[in-house]
Every structure is written in structure tokens, then in C-alpha cells.
Design a protein around this ligand. Structure first.
Ligand SMILES: Cc1cc2nc3c(=O)[nH]c(=O)nc-3n(C[C@H](O)[C@H](O)[C@H](O)COP(=O)(O)OP(=O)(O)OC[C@H]3O[C@@H](n4cnc5c(N)ncnc54)[C@H](O)[C@@H]3O)c2cc1C
Length: 469
């Protein structure tokens, strides 16, 4: 959109990393105020406003209920003061301003909450998104504006190109980089030369930095899991905040006919697309729910889906997982590689804007101003409602024909989200989706059958912690 020629290569499917595995909240930034991160508060609040302009269909307004406990009402007064400050700083529109519910009103509106020392709740606005769809629509938008895009195309090595270009008005020579990209369909390696290479590989940022010779690790990964249950087991409207056993905030998000519960925050040693969900992770969340709603008692049997992801955080020695800042950082390596680590889905657009500012500066190029906070993303009608049981054949066709879905998991996990939210985890549709893909891509030699089996085992793996009960 600024007039640069851009290519994007993605190792697997679009959003196959962390960006399909978040809590799916567009945070206004209030929680960063507690940690004194004023810059993050302002950025998150501004980005939330931007997202409601550029993709209103992917930012669904939701009421967040934060129960407050104590012997007196002092806690409520403290929260009220904090919210007042936040709303002023973050320019929160009148419609989104907070409310206070006294204990009786809270118990009427959120039935079943434990009453021990409960004094009331503060209510404020957050937004729910579909993270994988937001990623996909951003990529479709980039394509519409001229970017060349390839999925299943991992960068496998980076080298300095022998070709040299002159930047900065002829004063300095900028080394061009050559990225070797493997086409997973043919196995062929393709060399792509670029004046600037941006490494936005999330949890894999350090792996890509190593390709250009940077040995020091800058990322710290933490894992977070979520559990999905039917909404009739826990009829939560909007979002309710719980305190886990270690006093961390954990969310219950009601959406469609499901509720998701999350998340955890524990160190994780190495980047993985699908980190393992342990018995301990599940118990941590179930304990928080059952303590918050003592009459409900959610058990393993109620959990119909689960997902886990790793946060790509910028390392801060000596801090616990939840203390590590969610700030992002741009790293310019001696090789010229521009890496971006940390950050949040909420602030993705602003992060991209700052990265492109760096790129423009390195190129010493004259470009158009950034317009991504104003120009709407591609909008293909209504977002697919998460949590719906049935699947429409035309949706599957669109995923394959127009949205580059290449495997059964691409369709069921990230295009229509059936494995997370449908009561059958998408298993009722696995055969028909595999047949549609086989016909379209001309799969041979048992590929259709192996795709069906792979999808079935993915679903089983997400619930494998049950076996260790
Ligand atoms: C449990 C959890 C809950 C969260 N909840 C929220 C939330 O509610 N709200 C919020 O704002 N944020 C949330 N976050 C944070 C947010 O999800 C992440 O900050 C964000 O999704 C990271 O995006 P990314 O593009 O940096 O990484 P990714 O989404 O992982 O993207 C990086 C991509 O790079 C690709 N890649 C890796 N290596 C290569 C290679 N060699 N060549 C080509 N491609 C490569 C990967 O396949 C991957 O798709 C949450 C995170 C977690 C883990």
C-alpha cells in the first residue's frame, strides 16, 4: 500500500502458528495499566479503535465482567479509579465506558458465582475476534494491494547476495539478501533476492535469525492452553474474569453455543505449532472454573475441544511467564535482516506499520504514507460463526478455491474452525472435505486416506491429556 514490491512466504498454512491459537480477544489494554505499561495501554486502545474501523466484522463487542472480592467495597472504588484513568487515557468512546454492579445485581446477571467475600463487579468492554480469519483477511488484503503470497513455502536459508544496491543517496551500500525458499509441493528450492528481508516468524524468530548468522537467542516462549465446553454447561454471556489458584486472571468467553476457558502461562522450551496440553494445564483451568462457579463442577467429560499455542515474547531474565512484557521489539541484525519479536495480535497492524517504517528508512525510498489504519480489509460478508455445528459445502469450496487451503486441517481448523468449536470437532466432515481437496488438487497414492487419518489423530492429540487422568 506504500508502493513497495512485497513477497510473503509462510512455512505452513496461513495462521498455522500462534495466530490461530490465541484467546481471540482484542484487548483494550486495561490489564497493562496494572503493570505500569502506559505505552502498551495507549497502543492497544488505539489499535482496537483501528480494527473496529478496518474490520468491524472481526471485532465483536463483548461485555467483560470482573468480579471483585473483599471485606468492604474498597476494591470496587480502587477499580473504578483505575478505569476512570484508563478511559481518559485510552479515549474510550462513551458506549464502551465501564459500569459497576453491586453484589446482588452481579449474582442476578451471572448466576451461580461463588459468593465468598464477593462485593460486586466492574464491567467494561472488550472485543472478540476470529484470530485465524483476521490473519487470512490481512493476507488477502495484502494480495489485493499487489503482494505476492505463498503458503507451504518455508525459508530454509538466508545468504548475502552477490548483487549490491546503493542506498542512502549513494553514500552507503546496502547488502541485499537472498532467501532460499522450499516449495513444499514440488520440493524445489527457489532463491528469492530482496533489498530488505523481514523476519516475522513469531515463535520461530530466533530460528530464522540463526539462518542469517545470529546465534544469540532473544525470544522467550510461554505456552497457553484453552478448553472448549458447551454453553449450556456454563451459560456465560460475554467474558467473565476468574482468578486462578496463583491469582492470575483467566477468562471464560461465551460465544455462540460454546464457551472457551483460558489461558495458562508456562515456559516452553522450543517453538512448536501444536504444543502438548498436559493434565496439569487442564486441572489448572478446571480448578479456576469450579472455584468460581461452585455449583457447576465442570469435569473432563464436559471438555469437547482444546487448543494450545506458544507466545513469542522478547526475553527478560528473572521474570516469571506472566511478568514478561508483551511489548514488541524490532531487531536490526548486522546482516541487514529486520526481525520483529513479541507483541500481541491486538497490536499487529501497528507493529507492521513500524516494521515497514524501518524498511522504508533502510531503502531510503520515497513512499506513500501508511494507510492501514483507515483502509478496510477485504470483507467477504459475515465471518463464519465460531461454534456452529453444520458446515456449508460452499464454504469448503471457497476455502479451497479462494483461500489457499491445501490440507483437511487447513479447512477444518483454520478456515471454518470446526475442530475447535463444532460439537463433532469437524470429524463428521473430514471425509467430504478430503474428497473435495483430492478432486481439486488431484491427490494420488493414498494421500486422501492419509489426510483423513492425520486429521483424526490431530483431534485425538488435543484431547490426549484425558488418557493421563
Ligand atoms: C495462549 C495464547 C493466548 C493469546 N491471546 C491473545 C489475545 O487474546 N489477544 C491478543 O492480542 N494476543 C494474544 N496472544 C498473543 C498473539 O496470539 C501473538 O502475539 C500473535 O499471534 C503472534 O503472531 P506472530 O505473527 O508473531 O506469530 P505466528 O502467528 O506464530 O506467525 C509466525 C509464522 O511464521 C511462520 N514461520 C516460521 N518459520 C518460518 C520459516 N522458516 N519460513 C516461513 N515461515 C515461517 C510460522 O509457520 C507462523 O505461521 C495470545 C498468545 C497465546 C499463545
Amino acid at each position: 500500500m506504500r508502493g513497495l514490491r512485497v513477497g510473503l512466504v509462510e512455512r505452513g498454512d496461513f495462521a498455522s502458528g500462534t495466530s490461530s491459537r490465541s484467546s481471540k480477544l482484542i484487548h483494550g489494554g486495561l490489564r497493562y495499566l496494572e503493570q505500569g505499561e502506559v505505552g502498551l495501554v495507549l497502543e492497544a486502545a488505539a489499535e482496537r479503535r483501528a480494527l473496529t474501523r478496518i474490520a468491524p466484522h472481526l471485532a465483536k463487542r463483548a461485555r467483560l465482567v470482573l468480579p471483585v472480592h473483599g471485606r468492604t467495597g474498597a476494591g470496587l472504588v480502587k477499580f473504578r479509579a483505575g478505569l476512570w484513568t484508563f478511559e481518559k487515557m485510552a479515549k474510550v468512546p462513551d458506549d464502551d465506558r465501564h459500569e459497576i454492579w453491586k453484589r446482588d445485581e452481579l449474582l442476578e446477571r451471572v448466576p451461580g458465582l461463588g459468593t465468598d467475600k464477593l462485593v460486586g463487579a466492574v464491567i467494561y468492554t472488550e472485543y472478540i475476534t476470529d484470530d485465524a480469519r483476521l490473519t487470512l483477511e490481512t493476507i488477502k488484503s495484502a494480495k489485493r494491494h499487489g503482494a505476492r503470497i505463498a503458503s507451504y513455502a518455508p525459508a530454509v536459508s538466508i545468504a548475502e547476495s552477490r548483487c549490491v544496491t546503493t542506498g542512502g543517496g549513494g553514500k552507503s551500500a546496502t547488502p541485499r539478501l537472498e532467501v532460499h525458499v522450499r516449495d513444499e509441493l514440488s520440493g524445489r528450492i527457489v532463491a528469492v533476492e530482496a533489498a530488505v528481508v523481514v523476519n516475522a516468524a513469531g515463535p520461530w524468530v530466533d530460528s530464522v535469525r540463526r539462518m542469517s548468522g545470529e546465534g544469540n537467542a532473544r525470544m522467550q516462549l510461554t505456552k497457553g492452553i484453552h478448553l472448549v465446553i458447551a454453553r449450556d454447561r456454563l451459560p456465560v454471556e460475554g467474558i467473565v474474569v476468574m482468578r486462578a489458584v496463583d491469582h492470575r486472571m483467566v477468562f471464560v468467553v461465551g460465544h455462540g453455543d460454546i464457551v472457551w476457558i483460558g489461558t495458562t502461562d508456562t515456559f516452553y522450551p522450543a517453538p512448536e505449532e501444536r504444543p502438548t496440553i498436559t493434565r496439569e494445564d487442564v486441572d489448572y483451568l478446571l480448578h479456576a472454573v469450579n472455584r468460581t462457579w461452585p455449583g457447576v463442577q465442570i469435569s473432563d467429560r464436559d471438555v469437547r475441544g482444546a487448543w494450545a499455542g506458544v507466545r513469542p515474547l522478547v526475553k527478560q531474565e528473572g521474570k516469571s511467564p506472566s511478568e514478561i512484557s508483551r511489548r514488541d521489539e524490532i531487531l536490526i541484525e548486522p546482516s541487514g535482516l529486520v526481525s520483529i519479536g513479541g507483541g500481541k495480535l491486538t497490536t499487529y497492524r501497528q507493529m507492521a506499520e513500524r516494521v515497514v517504517d524501518q524498511v522504508v528508512q533502510r531503502l531510503a525510498a520515497k513512499t506513500a504514507p501508511c494507510r492501514t489504519a483507515e483502509v478496510p480489509l477485504v470483507e467477504d460478508g459475515e465471518p463464519i460463526p465460531m461454534g456452529r455445528a453444520s458446515l456449508d459445502t460452499s464454504e469448503v469450496r471457497k476455502a479451497i478455491d479462494e483461500e489457499c487451503a491445501m490440507t483437511v486441517a487447513d479447512v477444518l481448523e483454520r478456515r471454518v474452525r470446526a475442530n475447535l468449536f463444532a460439537s463433532d470437532n469437524g470429524l463428521d466432515h473430514v471425509e467430504s472435505v478430503a474428497s473435495a481437496l483430492a478432486a481439486r488438487a488431484g491427490w494420488k497414492n493414498g494421500r486422501r486416506e492419509s489426510e483423513v487419518a492425520a486429521y483424526r489423530s490431530r483431534v485425538a492429540e488435543d484431547l490426549a491429556w484425558r488418557a493421563g487422568a
